[in-house]
Design a protein around this ligand. Structure first.
Ligand code: AMP
Length: 217
């Protein structure tokens, strides 16, 4: 029996993947919030979970360090998706990628065609494409976290970041001025593994498909 390795990141993606695993009869035997282990066993001897940084999930799956993984569309776009089979939108960990500015900043004026805008983000690829489509020149400041701080201390005019409830923006006197795209997490599978371990992977993919939450209206 060959081992199946699933890459997940801690937090929302891990929590919201558990019901999908349950549909496949898979139960993770340790709580990542309590354990420091990076490889978690499951009730299925041939299935294990590895915990990696959210942005590393596509890389682990691409190079076969994991057979499959769950990753946000935002992360997938920034990674490029090379070598990954993407069979399912799991409709979990939903949020959006938006542009936000200080509430006293005149965004409409700042994005007049041909203007320049200083943008801080970890989503440089999404931000670049978005502003290019509007004909706005961007000076990009690449950050890895706490993007909300950048406009407050004059590091940038705008940020491109994930927004869920909007509470983080509000708490920092920022306003969402444009919604770039809706985001949810997707199942990604290593293409070689899909051929070599076809039966067990298909079983997991089909169980996940049957347990995807229904769209909310
Ligand atoms: P909120 O205050 O609910 O709008 O959440 C915004 C903060 O949570 C930002 O710092 C985001 O980077 C982060 N965030 C929101 N949704 C997600 C998600 N689905 N995955 C990862 N981070 C998220």
């Amino acid at each position: 029996m060959s081992m199946i390795t699933l890459a997940l990141s801690k937090g929302r993606i891990f929590d919201e993947t558990l019901p999908l695993l349950a549909a496949a009869g898979i139960e993770v035997l340790e709580d990542p919030e309590k354990s420091r282990k990076l490889i978690l066993p499951t009730n299925q001897p041939d299935v294990r979970v590895v915990l990696v940084r959210a942005t590393d999930v596509p890389t682990y799956v691409e190079y076969g360090g994991a057979d499959l993984g769950v990753t946000g569309k935002d992360t997938l776009i920034e990674h490029g998706g090379q070598g990954l089979y993407q069979p399912l939108d799991l409709r979990i960990a939903k949020c959006r990628v938006s542009v936000a500015v200080r509430d006293d900043f005149d965004y409409a004026q700042a994005v007049k065609k041909g203007s320049r805008l200083k943008v801080a983000t970890k989503y440089t690829s999404i931000a670049r494409d978005f502003f290019a489509s509007k004909g706005v020149h961007v000076d990009m400041v690449k950050l890895y976290g706490s993007m909300e701080l950048a406009p407050l201390i004059g590091l940038s005019d705008a940020i491109v970041d994930l927004v869920s409830t909007g509470n983080t923006l509000k708490a920092n006197h920022l306003v969402e001025v444009e919604r770039i795209m809706d985001i949810s997490s997707h199942l990604v599978v290593n293409q070689a593994a899909l051929k070599l371990k076809q039966a067990p992977l298909r079983r997991i993919i089909d169980a996940f498909a049957s347990a995807i939450p229904a769209p909310k209206n």
